[in-house]
Design a protein around this ligand. Structure first.
Ligand code: 13P
Length: 249
């Protein structure tokens, strides 16, 4: 996967303080390299987005939120943030459908509403989907992927503004990944589905789940991956940069 423009998305989950922003400043210089064909996107918690955007304003780094409320703009919804507010805060991206958000209440129908709202507010959606260990063991991976993608894309028009992030749940935070050929067949299935059923000409497909300096050496050889969604390894700027470097070597 060496010649194409790749995506590296840092999903900080519920981590990070103001101090973390300063520690990550060194990625600004790194991203300036002319030869670097990458889109680097930080998705910190809401509390850090504004400061991050201000401090990184002249850089190539983009920002995303990790979720939003399903209502479109403003209103009496205590504790919630709309996609419109997220766009206004300086984000270009939003992660939706992450298994951790699903575990706390987001279902397929709500995720679909959030996707429509986010696209309407000019955010690019990083849509996450993937199977549990049991579903994998029962050989239901493709069925689950088909179901999650189909319901996510219901009534969605501008599908080209969605990045599809395959994240097997059993792989998140465990250090376990599929072997290259199984992952390749799975990504091939996803690509075929997006092209034939949903008429997306060039789908952007990311992989997430235990991406780190070690696993990336194998993952970078898998066909059809346009980039990575990275959890814990993205919290440390040196590890994050190392993943990007290793992808291209
Ligand atoms: P880890 O990289 O920590 O396994 O997390 C993956 C993830 O959930 C990214 O969204």
């Amino acid at each position: 996967m060496t010649n194409k423009n790749k995506y590296f998305v840092a999903n900080w989950k519920m981590n990070g303080t103001n101090k973390s922003i300063n520690l990550h400043k060194k990625i600004i210089q790194f991203a300036k390299k002319k030869s670097l064909k990458s889109n680097i996107i930080y998705c910190p918690p809401y509390t850090l987005i504004r400061s991050f955007v201000d401090i990184f304003k002249n850089s190539k780094i983009k920002f995303g939120a990790q979720n939003c409320f399903y209502k479109d703009s403003y209103g009496p919804y205590t504790g919630q943030l709309s996609s419109k507010m997220i766009k206004e805060s300086g984000c270009d991206y939003i992660i939706l459908g992450h298994s951790e958000s699903r575990a706390f209440g987001d279902n397929d129908k709500i995720i679909n509403k959030k996707i429509i709202s986010s696209l309407n507010n000019n955010l690019k959606v990083i849509f996450c989907f993937g199977e549990t260990y049991k579903e994998k063991k029962d050989k239901n991976t493709n069925k689950i992927i088909n179901k999650q993608i189909t319901s996510a894309l219901k009534n969605v028009k501008n599908r080209n503004n969605i990045l599809f992030a395959y994240e097997p749940i059993w792989s998140i935070g465990t250090g376990k990944i599929l072997n290259n050929s199984d992952l390749e067949s799975c990504l091939f299935y996803i690509q075929k589905l997006l092209k034939s059923k949903f008429r997306i000409k060039k789908p952007i497909i990311l992989y997430g789940g235990s991406v780190n300096s070690y696993t990336v050496k194998m993952l970078k050889n898998v066909n059809n991956i346009d980039g990575f969604l990275i959890g814990s390894a993205s919290l440390n700027v040196n590890k994050f940069i190392d993943i990007i470097k290793k992808t291209y070597t």
